[in-house]
Design a protein around this ligand. Structure first.
Ligand SMILES: Cc1cc2nc3c(=O)[nH]c(=O)nc-3n(C[C@H](O)[C@H](O)[C@H](O)COP(=O)(O)OP(=O)(O)OC[C@H]3O[C@@H](n4cnc5c(N)ncnc54)[C@H](O)[C@@H]3O)c2cc1C
Length: 379
């Protein structure tokens, strides 16, 4: 039996498993390794922070998807690679004929300086964010104190803006009457670098309306944590450290270099997609690319296993970004064009829910506890 090994429950691997359900390749076994079965869809993370979605509602159940595809789901984590063997944190190794990496990216937040009360919540990895956010919402000090609270986002990209607005909305709802102020600092010269000026203006206006002070061209220093209760760490995507030592060709920032067929530039039996990979022309680290790579990856993995012919991936030049402002509206940005409105939020909500539904096989294999009640109201 040939072994197809999928590492990471990323967006593209969801497509690979879904295709495998209807058209498996005979003589091949599939194994998928991920630290968690329930993998959140990133586009809905701000809505989950705001309390609009439950964790399970925005997650794809990879254990169920793998079972439906006849694949083996292993709860573990890759930590290294020998030429034909993947090493797992749990101590075992897995051999493969064809390997595919869809492990996303990570962040390295600083430690809070000693004696400082601020909690630093990193937006990646998402499982740690989930634990930290749930712990914060169930902390009795959150509702017992009347002291003004300061939430500072570090990073002025889409994730920082959306996560800050969502967090402020949730905290104000959990503890009505307690003053919650927001701040956003970014080392970039502008908010939302690369976005249309009209989208930047709309995001700025939404932040100001939510009582957020915005400072651009400002680096993070310990005093930011000293003057905050919560720091949301939302700086740019980083490669997992093991990627630089696993023997594959990587970019300066440690992302796996891939060719037009989504194969490692140094080992054609290894494919890599999404945030963990670096295309010849570096692409933004956005879920939309991982999603679009899915069907190409699915076809090329089959080809590598001897079924069918491979195709080339052609990334789109422009992508549509839909940013939730946590006030029932969203901002749409497409190249130089931008719009905002309530209907855009409803549209984003429909698109995101439909994406997760595409991969729903049956009832989730397990659900997460939700310590705080959800409003059940639309955002
Ligand atoms: C708050 C927030 C909001 C965002 N909103 C948007 C948005 O609206 N639109 C958009 O396009 N992008 C958005 N992004 C960016 C988006 O999250 C990423 O670009 C996208 O998730 C990358 O997808 P992926 O498939 O590469 O990896 P991921 O979706 O990150 O999946 C990687 C998976 O691999 C697993 N994994 C990690 N390491 C290992 C390992 N060593 N072994 C095994 N498994 C491993 C992880 O647990 C995870 O399940 C947002 C990001 C954040 C933080």
């Amino acid at each position: 039996m040939k072994q197809l090994l999928l590492i990471g429950a990323g967006h593209a691997h969801a497509q690979v498993l879904k295709d495998w359900i209807t058209t498996p390749v005979s003589g091949c076994e599939v194994t998928i390794v991920s630290p968690h079965a329930m993998t959140p869809y990133s586009g809905m993370v701000p809505g989950w922070l705001a309390g609009t979605y439950r964790f399970d509602e925005m997650s794809i159940d990879f254990a169920a998807l793998a079972a439906a595809a006849g694949a083996t789901f292993r709860v573990d984590e890759m930590i290294g690679l020998n030429p034909k063997r993947v090493r797992l944190r749990g101590g075992s190794t897995l051999d493969y004929e064809v390997l595919s990496l869809n492990v996303g990216s990570t962040l390295t937040p600083p430690l809070a300086p000693p004696g400082v009360r601020a909690r630093i919540l990193s937006l990646r990895p998402l499982d740690k964010l989930q634990r930290a956010w749930d712990a914060l919402l169930t902390d009795p000090r959150l509702t017992s104190s009347d002291e003004p609270m300061v939430v500072t986002a570090v990073g002025g990209g889409a994730a920082g803006v959306e996560a800050l607005l969502a967090t402020l909305k949730r905290l104000r709802r959990v503890r009505p009457g307690r003053p919650v102020q927001g701040a956003l600092i970014t080392s970039s010269a502008t908010l939302l670098p690369g976005f249309a000026p009209a989208a930047v203006r709309a995001a700025h206006a939404a932040l100001v309306a939510a009582d957020v002070t915005v400072q651009t061209a400002r680096d993070y220093k310990d005093r930011v944590a000293e003057s905050s209760d919560i720091v949301l760490w939302a700086t740019g995507a980083e490669a997992h450290p093991w990627q630089s030592t696993c023997g594959l060709a990587v970019s300066e920032r440690g992302f796996i270099r891939i060719d037009e067929r989504l194969r490692s530039c140094s080992n054609p039996q290894v494919h890599a997609v999404g945030d963990c990979a670096e295309w010849a022309r570096p692409l933004p680290k956005a879920g939309v690319f991982a999603v679009r790579m899915g069907p190409v990856l699915s076809r090329n993995l089959r080809a590598a296993l001897g079924a069918g012919t491979p195709v080339s991936y052609a990334p789109q030049r422009r992508t549509l970004a839909l940013l939730s402002t946590a006030d029932g509206r969203a901002i749409a940005a497409w190249g130089d064009w931008s719009l905002e409105g309530r209907w855009l939020w409803r549209w984003k909500d429909r698109i995101d829910r439909a994406f997760v539904r595409r991969f729903a096989i049956a009832a989730p294999s397990f659900t997460t506890n939700h310590p705080t009640p959800l409003s059940g109201e639309p955002e």
